[in-house]
Write a protein that binds this ligand. Structure first.
Ligand SMILES: C[S@@+](CC[C@H](N)C(=O)[O-])C[C@H]1O[C@@H](n2cnc3c(N)ncnc32)[C@H](O)[C@@H]1O
Length: 291
């Protein structure tokens, strides 16, 4: 199975609950700096986080208890979107901002529908790399790969040899940006980043995107998001209103029911009304014409 490891920084504090991948040396991890991947892991009830991550996560929960429900709803949406896309015939996925593996991962959901699905995962947190083995346990018919990279430099992901060695350039790809673009500041131009990926995707490709919003309880959302800045986390959190999230689908035809609060997107059971107060994320799926 292909594995691409980028090393940009010197070795620091190696830490993992799993053995390293083969002979791959560990990438630097700074446990003092709260990181979005580990805060999210804590919110989901995982075990891969440090005191600084736990403390930042607890502070967001104190300011907005909804964040935990939002994280769970996001993970559930991402898996629903993967199954939906596989049912549409998509067999190739590029998941950017993968997160620390939490079974089922995206490839497990997609391969449940069609075992030949291929998934390339990418994230900038070295802790995700330390667990990449869990992301690489593909079905025999499918395939997975992992690229350590920063989505703010899409050209590095698009230029990584492992990407097109794993996925077929001539067949549609689903680009998955699940709960990651709210870690990109306005001046880093999230729209430009999505457009760079879009322009490299084959016709008939898809975008599945979810994003935190401040529309539902603006003050609380701003208070909770501010924790990332106050704690000098590895990235700031930027909740955005619906029109700005919709604008990220520029060039894609958004499928029904549109960009909506996550529980409303192709629910697989009844939606508890209360959930709509608690889930502060929008999500949707768009399709590129021409396929
Ligand atoms: C909230 S988690 C979402 C994980 C997963 N996509 C999901 O929806 O369950 C956000 C992920 O995005 C990653 N991330 C944040 N900024 C990133 C960047 N600039 N480049 C790559 N990954 C990034 C974090 O490391 C983290 O794993």
């Amino acid at each position: 199975m292909p594995l691409c490891v980028r090393r940009n920084r010197p070795r620091e504090i190696p830490v993992t609950h799993e053995p390293p991948l083969g002979d791959e040396p560990q990438l630097p991890i700074n446990p003092q700096v709260p990181h979005p991947a580990r805060i999210y892991d804590y919110l989901l009830g995982g075990k891969d986080h440090y005191a600084a991550d736990r403390s930042a996560a607890e502070e967001t929960i104190r300011r907005a208890p909804q964040v935990r429900e939002s994280a769970r709803a996001n993970r559930a949406w991402m898996l629903r979107a993967a199954r939906y896309l596989a049912r549409q015939g998509v067999r190739q996925f590029l998941d950017v901002g993968t997160g620390i593996p939490t079974s089922p991962n995206l490839h497990e959901a997609a391969q449940q529908i069609s075992p030949d699905c291929r998934v390339v995962y990418t994230d900038n947190d070295p802790v995700v790399l330390a667990h990449a083995r869990a992301l690489l346990s593909s079905s025999p018919e499918g395939r997975t790969a992992y690229i350590q990279a920063d989505l703010r430099r899409p050209e590095e992901i698009l230029g990584a040899p492992e990407l097109w060695a794993t996925l077929d350039r001539d067949r549609p790809v689903a680009l998955v940006l699940s709960a990651v673009l709210h870690f990109v500041r306005d001046e880093e131009e999230p729209g430009r980043i999505v457009a760079a990926f879009r322009d490299a995707l084959p016709p008939g490709s898809y975008l599945a995107l979810s994003h935190t919003t401040n529309d539902i309880q603006p003050r609380r959302a701003a208070d909770a998001a501010a924790v990332y800045g106050e704690r000098r986390a590895a990235a700031l959190m930027v909740p955005r209103p619906l029109d700005q999230v919709e604008a990220l689908f520029d060039g894609f035809e958004v499928v029904e029911p549109g960009v909506v609060q996550l529980p409303h997107w192709h629910p697989e059971g009844p939606v508890r009304p209360r959930l709509l107060d608690e889930v502060w994320l929008y999500g949707g799926v768009g399709r590129l014409g021409g396929g």
